[in-house]
Design a protein around this ligand. Structure first.
Ligand code: NAD
Length: 306
């Protein structure tokens, strides 16, 4: 499995900012040649220039991962420039809020297009190259803890991340049975201090919702948005995530859970599946608003359930 990084080639999507940028910096530090892929051109060029200034052997390829022909172009540019690929981080992602009933089809298409199909296209395009090379390689798919449980108000995001976990698990099993030299990991972080709250900056025009359909923010909504921003701002440093990812690759670990304080919640979710069959909401039952209790048909167990 991939343990030595020096001189090897990394392809990282969503590399212009956040976790992807952290992965790119770490790859440079490890002596890798790095292909930065992102849809946000100015940020991509800035990252490319900054990593080159640090001595990184880096190229940038403007790529929308939701477009298979652009992911194919990314692979072609990678092979043309560096002749191989050893590490693929399918990391680009966007977030959108809303209950299932509030989602427009454009919301579903945008979020699943980037977060799930982006990963599918990455695997579909680069896996055959890696298998043909026959040398140690690794694929890291960025999911989220949101792919390991379900909660309110980010329906398309959760569906996309559950999909990434499932795809990664299936891929891991397939490759293990075939005894290939391609490792797989799925990255499931909690809150990380990145620009994901402002994902809308990269939403393509044809998938925008009509302006008149966007609800005017109520003070309650403004408050919730401010809380979400604060939660991400106080999240983990992307470089810390990147360190954990590289440790996991070296150890050939599949699940990369970067926030151990959230593991109990994952266990609770599994417990729910095996017992009473009601999804675990992201509130303690005692603080859960009445309308949401009704919405989820939750039997009240006031005696301190977390
Ligand atoms: N920030 C968190 O707390 C957190 C937690 C768990 C998982 N994640 C996941 O981490 C990944 C990276 O997100 P982040 O938090 O660093 O956010 P970010 O917005 O800082 O970075 C995401 C990057 O993806 C790029 N991108 C967006 N759409 C793209 C497209 N169609 N094609 C190519 N690039 C595109 C953006 O330009 C940006 O550079 C995502 O998959 C996200 O779901 C983030």
């Amino acid at each position: 499995m991939l343990r030595e990084f020096e001189g090897k080639v990394a392809v990282i999507t969503g590399a212009a900012g956040g976790i992807g940028r952290g992965l790119a910096e770490k790859s440079v530090t490890e002596g890798m040649k790095v292909v930065l892929a992102d849809v946000e051109e100015a940020a991509l060029r800035k990252t490319e220039a900054e990593l080159r200034a640090r001595g990184g052997d880096v190229i940038a390829v403007l790529t929308d991962v939701s477009r298979p022909e652009q992911v194919q172009h990314l692979a072609e540019q990678t092979l043309k420039t560096f002749g191989a690929v050893h590490l693929l981080c399918n990391n680009a992602g966007v977030g959108a809020g809303g209950l299932v009933r509030e989602h427009t089809l454009a919301d579903w298409q945008w979020v699943l297009g980037v977060n799930l199909f982006g990963v599918i296209y990455g695997v579909h395009t680069f896996l055959p190259v890696m298998l043909k090379q026959g040398v140690e390689c690794h694929i890291v798919n960025t999911a989220s803890v949101e792919g390991l449980w379900s909660r309110l108000r980010s329906a398309s995001y959760q569906v996309s991340k559950h999909g990434v976990v499932a795809l990664s698990e299936v891929l891991k099993l397939e490759l293990a049975f075939e005894e290939t030299r391609v490792g797989v990991s799925v990255l499931c972080p909690g809150a990380v201090n990145t620009g994901i709250v402002d994902s809308g900056r990269n939403r393509p025009t044809h998938l925008q919702n009509p302006i008149e359909s966007i609800p005017v923010a109520t003070p309650e909504m403004e408050k919730r948005i401010a809380q979400v921003r604060q939660a991400f701002a106080s999240g983990m440093n992307p470089l810390t995530v990147a360190d954990q990812v590289f440790n996991a690759i070296r150890e050939d670990r599949f699940y990369i859970l970067t926030h151990p304080e959230l593991n109990e919640r994952i266990q609770q979710r599994i417990g729910r599946i095996l017992t009473d069959g009601v999804p675990l909401p992201d509130f303690t039952l005692s603080t859960m608003p009445q309308d949401m209790r009704r919405l989820f048909g939750i039997q009240l167990q006031e005696d301190g359930e977390k």
